[in-house]
Design a protein. Structure first.
Length: 92
């Protein structure tokens, strides 16, 4: 994410750190023999946090490609519209 806006990048990192904390809670719940309901609820929270981070990554890449298509083509990890679409759909 070399071209990401620093604020967007900070928000994505925060989401991922939150997801990591939630995943630690899931692991602890499983190790402690917590209820299935609690484990599944916490897993859903992790999944949602990861999905939102993924959507943020893809949407920031899309925004970059729209606002600076020439720069996106020259970027080392420049993505085509088709590749962005495929990445976006992989999150659903």
């Amino acid at each position: 994410m070399r071209e990401a806006d620093p604020e967007v990048q900070r928000k994505i990192v925060n989401r991922l750190k939150r997801a990591r904390g939630q995943l630690d809670s899931v692991i602890n719940a499983v190790e402690d023999g917590d209820s299935c309901r609690n484990v599944v609820t916490q897993l859903a929270a992790v999944s949602t946090a990861l999905d939102r981070a993924g959507f943020s990554v893809v949407s920031s890449a899309m925004q970059y490609c729209v606002t600076d298509p020439e720069g996106a083509k020259e970027a080392e990890d420049g993505l085509t519209v088709e590749e962005l679409e495929k990445l976006f759909l992989s999150l659903s």
